[in-house]
Every structure is written in structure tokens, then in C-alpha cells.
Design a protein around this ligand. Structure first.
Ligand code: AMP
Ligand code: MG
Length: 315
């Protein structure tokens, strides 16, 4: 973890430095037309885990992935006609689309919190666009504030909230909108998942179809209620310090297992490995995955939240 957070200018040197930090797995906050985002390489498990750590988020909720163009979005998601229509009308801009994740999309499962859908958008802010072009890959970027605090609209707000916890902030002045992006679900029929910068009437005009409100659309469209890709078929036993007959053991720290979330007890490493290891042990066909105790602090809270839900999600 860095001690001093670099304040980068939005010039050629600052852009190159930000991209180099992302390539090395670091965190850089960037201006968008909505609020400042906390960016990390969306393909890098450890970098994405560090977003949750830096923000102090108690849950692995899914993150919006920012890409350079609709063509790059299509690398990661399925692309129905409705997506083409709204993307043509509103990208780049404050519209996020939730679409089915493509098999082999190459993103960290932490980005989608194990969901089979991905939230993706092309930001319009010139500095965000320049940074995406320079980096050349997808950036996971929730708002650049500690969990539960007001969203940042200036580089100084990011410094106040996350200074010392992230590698750098790119200063792009004050954000224009200050409102979050509209989130449109297109995995089934069109559903407004969050109101924001693009009004729903404008979406309906572009689609030539009505957009359902979230509660009309039923429980399955609501994030957090949708069944995860990674809900194991096996039963999950928590707080295990040893393997019982017939169990696969997922270790942590001093508790060695068939696989370990982190042999050194590093919670960032554990978060980065969580979905991959659950999936791998489940694929062995074991009836029970026993999981070593994880400390209830820092990222451990988000890991335990996910494990408790994996234990409850079976069937
Ligand atoms: P933020 O990045 O803080 O602006 O918020 C991300 C928002 O996008 C949250 O409300 C998430 O629940 C929502 N979101 C992200 N990914 C998905 C997804 N795959 N399905 C539904 N909603 C999503
Ligand atoms: Mg936020």
C-alpha cells in the first residue's frame, strides 16, 4: 500500500504515469462526467480486491466497468439490438448498461461479484477518455470515496477521503454532472436499475419501447438478489479448523487446506482468490466445502459476507 498519493496532472506525463500504475496493479482515481471514479484494471483480481479494501466496503457489490468504446464493451458482453440503439444515442455519456457477461470475457469475478451480468459504460469526460485510450484496457471504477461517504466531484475530495490508500489521483478539475450514471438493465427486457444522468424518457425514445421500473421487473433483476454464477453446488461449512471426512477444505493462514485463500493470512490475496477457489473446489464434485475462519476486519468482512451467502445460497 502506498504512503503518499501522487496528484497527477491531466497531461501526457500524468496520463502515462496513471496507465503505468494500472498496469502494475495499482489504484488511480480519475475524473468522469459524473463523479471521480476509483479505477483499477478490471482483469486483475488483486487490483480489484484493493478497490474494496481502499473504500472499506463491507460487501463485494458489483462494479461498473469503464471502456473506451462500444466495440471494447462488446469484448466483454453480449450485445442485443437494444444495446446498440441506446449506445448509439448516449455513449459516450452517463449511461451504464447491464448485459450478459460473455464466456471468457477475461474480467475478474470480483468485478461482477460472481453475477452472470456485467455493468459497462463509455464515459464522456475527455480526461477519462484519454486515460482509457492510454491504458488500453477495461477499468473497474466505483466512486472514489470511502464507503458511506459523499461522492467526490473534485480531486481534493478524493485526496481527503482516500489519500494514503491509493497510488494516485488524476486532477481533471470539477466533475460536470455530480449525478451518477443511469443504469439500464438489458439482460432481460429493459429495466431501469438506477435513475441518473440520462432520463428514462430519453431511453424509451431511443429504444422505441417502455422501460420497466425495477420493482415491476421482479426480484431477479435486482442486484444482490440475482443468483450468482459462483453459488456452489456443494454445501458450505464456515469456521472450519480441520477437514472432516468427505470435505474439501479451503484454508487461510495457519489452516492449510486443499487450496488456501492466502497462506500468509493476507486479506487482499484472499479476496482476490475467493471466487476462483470456491469454483475450483466445487468443480471437484465434493459435497461440502469447509472454509477456514477469516478474521472479521477490513476486507475480511466482505469475504465473510460472501461466504455466508454462499452457505445460504445452495439449492
Ligand atoms: P457505482 O459504481 O458505485 O456507481 O455503483 C455501481 C452500481 O451498479 C450499483 O448500484 C450496482 O448494484 C450496479 N451494478 C453493477 N453491476 C451490476 C450488475 N451486473 N447487475 C446489476 N447491477 C449492477
Ligand atoms: Mg458510490
Amino acid at each position: 500500500m502506498p504512503n503518499a498519493t501522487e496528484l497527477l496532472q491531466a497531461d501526457a506525463r500524468g496520463l502515462a504515469r496513471a496507465a503505468a500504475i494500472w498496469r502494475a496493479g495499482g489504484l488511480v482515481a480519475l475524473p468522469t462526467e459524473t463523479v471521480y471514479g476509483l479505477g483499477a484494471d478490471a482483469r486483475d483480481d488483486r487490483a480489484v480486491a484493493r478497490i474494496f479494501e481502499a473504500k472499506g466496503r463491507p460487501r463485494f457489490n458489483p462494479l461498473i466497468v469503464h471502456v473506451e468504446s462500444a466495440a471494447r464493451a462488446r469484448d466483454h458482453v453480449e450485445w442485443p439490438e437494444a444495446a446498440e440503439r441506446v449506445a448509439r444515442a448516449f455513449w459516450p455519456g452517463p449511461l451504464t448498461l447491464v448485459l450478459p457477461l460473455r464466456a471468457g470475457a477475461g474480467l475478474s469475478p470480483l468485478v461482477t461479484a460472481g453475477l452472470p451480468t456485467l455493468a459497462v459504460r463509455v464515459p464522456a469526460h475527455p480526461v477519462a477518455r484519454a486515460l482509457l485510450a492510454e491504458f488500453g484496457g477495461p477499468l473497474a471504477a466505483p466512486s472514489a470515496n470511502p464507503s458511506g461517504r459523499i461522492s467526490p466531484t473534485r480531486a481534493a475530495h478524493v485526496m481527503e477521503g482516500l489519500g494514503g490508500r491509493i497510488e494516485a489521483v488524476v486532477d481533471g478539475g470539477a466533475c460536470g454532472v455530480g449525478v451518477e450514471s443511469t443504469i439500464l438493465g438489458l439482460a432481460d427486457g429493459p429495466v431501469l436499475l438506477r435513475p441518473g444522468g440520462v432520463p428514462v424518457e430519453a431511453l424509451e425514445a431511443a429504444l422505441g419501447a417502455p422501460v420497466a421500473a425495477r420493482d415491476e421487473a421482479g426480484a431477479l433483476s435486482a442486484p444482490g438478489q440475482m443468483r450468482s454464477h459462483y453459488a456452489p453446488a456443494a454445501r458450505v461449512r464456515l469456521g472450519a479448523t480441520e477437514r472432516r471426512a468427505g470435505e474439501a477444505l479451503l484454508g487461510f493462514g495457519a489452516v492449510a487446506g486443499d487450496l488456501s485463500l492466502s497462506e500468509t493470512g493476507d486479506l487482499v490475496e484472499a479476496a482476490a482468490n475467493l471466487f476462483h477457489h470456491l469454483h475450483a473446489l466445487d468443480a471437484t464434485g465434493t459435497e461440502v466445502i469447509a472454509v477456514a475462519p477469516i478474521p472479521e476486519r477490513g476486507l475480511g468482512r466482505a469475504i465473510n459476507d460472501r461466504l455466508r451467502r454462499a452457505a445460504a445460497e445452495r439449492g
